[in-house]
Design a protein around this ligand. Structure first.
Ligand code: F6R
Length: 600
């Protein structure tokens, strides 16, 4: 989703901003722009499309050492050059980039900006016009900025340039992520530390509604009402090589290949000095005290939550409900007496999930966030955090984070079950080692999976994924992977449910991927496959060693029956990847999608 960068220092701001925006490309965007200031004033360059298009339009002769930049994922107004950021006030004095959504922008426009001819369809322009208006009324820039912020309802991360001020980027955030990076003789602004790792690894976390002045030599943080705030920088524990593709053609392929290592790393991170799996004592107590767990998540993370429900119910005997975050917040079910909320979120920034967390905290219920990003908003605002340790996930389609989420959920449920003296008795640590090897076998069979994609999906208009029990949870994730990167319409279904309506869509050649890794329902799913084959479907059965039959197209290595989602999802990811490649889709940056969905 939208990304912000800013630079105030001694080097050429244009190049640092453009490089920073390239690092934010993975978040998803449809237009981009930068604004730089020098003695001649502020110059804005913006373009619809990719950063490469923006680069082409930047005048290399304009040199400046202060500037801001933005990648836009359209919310208010179509993706075009006019609506791309930065936006300027009519006088040209102020220039602004903004992430988020201003809910009352229409009201503000009516109340304050009646005579002003807007140049774009965005909510952002209202903000920059307000700052200009209040400055014209006699306020200093910082006062005008504060007054504007006090009127805004909604989410924002903002970086503002004043043509009359050569040494300040005015910065603020509410609900949307934003960091200030510090260096010797320069300071920077970024939605994500990755964007500015090129110049610093020292970052200051900003809190909602603070007002921050980023000068070349220092950073001033104050509360909205002007009280000074002291905050030390932290070191971003990111390795620049983690965010490079290396020799891989796509981040998604690299990240799928990393999955065996991610499972091993998680086992290591969650082992104590005796080599036993463990989680933090406080988290363990919080889980044990709960009479019901509410898992809240979106998209792929929601699919991981479906698996997590089975783990907590089977291994710890705690009832679990799994909810889509965008639904839960505005239609809360009756809650149990002692609920524990678990937020699953790779990015830790998803606005839909965050709005639920805010409500949960207002109700004083305990909350645990399972995330890949330490220090992310959902991690900071929850009582407890379990980290995924998956390393940065850059491809928009989540792969290794899903596997990490399922593995961490398994460990949390297992450790809780052991502590409560409930659940199944098996050696999870040993079994996760077998899982890592199983994933390795699959990622090493890329040729076979490319062939499956070719055989089943080359000319497909739609596809179905079916499974029962845990295989159903993976089916919905497989379908999501396929549709988001290849644009083939795909649905995941409980195997037995297809015949209650959707089977009407099966026709000659319709691809149906059927998972058969669960012994107690293996025969039932094979029955469901027969039903669709009888209607012309091109069925691809993916079974597990020990449950395989002649004619199965793929057989995954045998793993513990509860852990099959960690392995069976991998061929579905790779098949989706190759199907997208065959269709020449932009695998890492699928159309219309954003990595970090910071608007509701
Ligand atoms: C799909 C995908 C999305 C995310 C969803 C939630 O591949 O990545 O469905 O899972 O947007 O994001 P997080 O996990 O960051 O809260």
């Amino acid at each position: 989703m939208c990304g912000i960068v800013g630079y105030n220092g001694e080097l050429d701001a244009k190049e640092i901003l453009l490089k920073g925006l390239e690092k934010l490309e993975y978040r998803g965007y449809d237009s981009a722009g930068i604004a730089v200031r020098n003695e001649e004033g502020v110059t804005v360059f913006k373009e619809k499309g990719r950063i490469a298009d923006l680069r082409g339009s930047v005048d290399l002769n304009v040199s400046a050492d202060i500037g801001i930049g933005h990648t836009r994922w359209a919310t208010h107004g179509v993706p075009n050059k006019l609506n791309a950021h930065p936006h300027q006030s009519t006088s040209g004095r102020f220039t602004l980039v903004h992430n988020g959504v201003i809910e009352n922008y229409h009201l503000l426009q009516k109340a304050y900006l009646k005579g002003i001819q807007m140049q774009s369809d965005t909510d952002t322009e209202v903000i920059v016009q307000l700052v200009d208006l209040f400055a014209k009324e006699g306020l200093s820039t910082v006062e005008a900025f504060r007054k504007t912020l006090s009127l805004l309802h909604g989410s924002y991360a903002l970086a503002l340039l004043d043509q009359e001020d050569e040494d300040t980027i005015y910065v603020a955030k509410n609900k949307s992520p934003l960091l200030v990076g510090v260096g010797a003789g320069f300071n920077v602004v970024a939605s994500d530390a990755m964007a500015m790792l090129q110049v610093t690894d020292q970052f200051i976390e900003l809190r909602d509604k603070e007002v921050v002045l980023v000068h070349k030599d220092n950073v001033e943080i104050t509360t909205l009402d002007g009280r000074p705030v002291e905050r030390k920088p932290f070191k971003a524990e990111l390795d620049a090589s983690d965010i490079e593709k290396g020799t891989y053609p796509h981040y998604m392929l690299k990240e799928m290949d990393e999955q065996p290592g991610v499972v091993r790393k998680i086992v290591q991170e969650y082992s104590n000095s005796l080599g036993e799996l463990t989680i933090d004592d406080n988290i363990l107590e919080a889980i044990k005290e709960a009479d019901r767990i509410y898992i809240i998540a979106a998209g792929t993370s929601y699919h991981a939550g479906l698996v997590g429900k089975q783990y907590f119910e089977k291994l710890a005997r705690i009832p679990v409900e799994v909810h889509i975050s965008s639904e839960f917040g505005y239609n809360m079910p009756l809650l149990s007496e002692k609920p524990l909320f678990i937020f699953i979120t790779q990015s830790g920034e998803t606005a839909d999930s965050r709005q639920v967390l805010v409500k949960v905290k207002e109700l004083n219920y305990p909350a645990l966030t399972i995330t890949n990003v330490p220090g992310s908003t959902l991690s900071r605002e929850a009582d407890y955090t379990l980290l995924l340790h998956a390393g940065p996930e850059i491809a928009v389609a989540s792969t290794k984070a899903y596997v990490a989420q399922v593995a961490v959920l398994a460990i949390a449920a297992y450790v809780t079950g052991k502590s409560l003296g409930k659940g199944e008795d098996f050696d999870l640590k040993h079994e996760l080692g077998i899982v890592a090897n199983g994933i390795q076998t699959i990622v090493d069979s890329k040729n076979e999976l490319e062939q499956v994609a070719e055989d089943y999906l080359k000319i497909a208009r739609n596809a179905f994924f079916i499974g029962r029990n845990l295989d159903f949870c993976v089916s919905v994730e497989g379908a999501l992977k396929l549709k988001e990167i290849s644009y083939i319409q795909a649905e995941g279904f409980a195997g037995g449910e297809l015949k209650h309506g959707t089977i009407a869509l099966i026709e000659e050649g319709t691809p149906v991927f059927a998972l058969a890794t669960q012994e107690q329902v293996a025969l039932n799913i094979r029955g469901n496959v027969k039903e669709v084959v009888a209607r012309g479907a091109n069925a691809c059965i993916i079974s597990m060693e020990g449950l395989n039959e002649e004619g199965d197209r793929l057989v995954i290595p045998k793993v513990h029956p509860l852990l099959t989602p960690l392995v069976s999802v991998v061929p579905l990811q790779l098949i989706s990847y190759y199907a997208a490649l065959h269709r020449r889709c932009d695998v890492d940056k699928p159309r219309n999608l954003a990595k970090s969905v910071t608007v509701e």
